[in-house]
Design a protein around this ligand. Structure first.
Ligand code: ZN
Length: 320
């Protein structure tokens, strides 16, 4: 289910792309989901033209083997038009959007589906202003709230912790040098980042190389051990090698079961000091400034970090 909140159904982008079955909206028949992802926006828009086609899609994802009423077990039901509900012969009404960010919203499903499409397929993402214009929404707030709900749902629960070798460091996001001062601009916020290092050997030269693997990001109130250590424990597998700077808050990591290796900062421009984690924080700042024009409020920053994490961890994945 693509537009699900984390607690219920997780997030799988490719599920959004399951081919719509050709069913009569008033009669539900089971056994319908073939994998045939839309090739592009036009293809996507052709499939999801109406509230009904979106409802049919949600139905097909939720009941891939056919409808079973969760209250009485009857295997028959029909759509109640415009209500996003399926009703069984015994009068039980089952919501098609329960557990998703679309639940109990006034916005139509076609717009929701397109928001999810833009958010997950455009490489740099989309700003609320761009989305408002593209979909012809009258209010900026509507566009913002839709994207924000989707953003908050982007990181799936129960993700595997980072493993192997991991760099961890904090950095400030926002402030006067980032974004624009004044209303809506982000004041300085502290963010901690953990990134996996993946070692590989170049085929041609045979040289040992390092690239970045998966990433985790969190807004933290300060750089105390109370803020930093739980982040590492929740993001990194016990026993992994953890590189940090010499900051005292990290000093207990060795006792928590990590192979903690504090890195001493080198001198001069050529010193390569935890370059991967620093590049990620720098790119995050660029992305916030570029796609979102630096207009990110601190209370929303974690949702943007979730979106960035989602993009980063799928950057080699071009599934459609
Ligand atoms: Zn029933």
């Amino acid at each position: 289910m693509p537009i699900a909140s984390p607690g219920r159904l997780g997030w799988k982008t490719h599920n959004l792309l399951i081919r719509l079955p050709s069913v009569t909206p008033s009669l539900i028949v089971g056994g319908m989901s073939a994998s045939d992802p839309p090739r592009n926006l036009l293809d996507f828009s052709r499939r999801f033209t109406s509230e009904e086609t979106c409802q049919e899609y949600l139905f097909a994802v939720r009941y891939p083997s056919g409808f079973i009423c969760p209250k009485c077990g009857v295997k028959r039901g029909w759509f109640l038009k415009d209500k996003r509900l399926v009703e069984c012969p015994n009068g039980h009404k089952v919501s098609l959007t329960a557990g998703t960010v679309m639940h109990r919203t006034k916005q139509n499903l076609v717009t929701w589906f397109h928001a999810a499409y833009f958010l997950t397929t455009l490489t740099p993402g989309i700003s609320a202003l761009q989305f408002q214009r593209q979909m012809g929404l009258s209010r900026y707030e509507t566009a913002f709230n839709m994207l924000h709900k989707l953003r908050a749902a982007l990181v799936a629960p129960g993700r595997d912790p980072l493993d192997g070798e991991v760099e961890v460091d904090e950095g400030y996001i926002g402030g006067e040098e980032e974004g624009r001062p004044g209303r809506g601009a982000l004041t300085k916020a502290l963010v901690v980042c953990a990134v996996e290092l993946v070692r590989w050997t170049a085929k041609k030269s045979g040289k040992a190389r390092v690239r970045t693997g998966r990433v985790r990001l969190r807004v933290i109130p300060d750089a105390s051990a109370v803020s930093l250590v739980p982040f590492v424990k929740e993001s990194v597998k016990t026993g992994a090698i953890v590189y940090t700077d010499g900051w005292s808050s990290y000093s207990t990591l060795g006792r928590k079961g990590y192979d903690h290796r504090p890195v001493v900062q080198g001198r001069g421009k050529s010193a390569k000091y935890m370059p991967h984690v620093h590049r990620i924080i720098a790119n995050l700042k660029t992305w916030l400034k570029g796609t979102h024009h630096g207009r990110v409020k601190e209370k929303h920053l974690q949702a943007y970090l979730n979106e960035y994490t989602f993009r980063f961890n799928r950057r080699f994945w071009r599934g459609f």
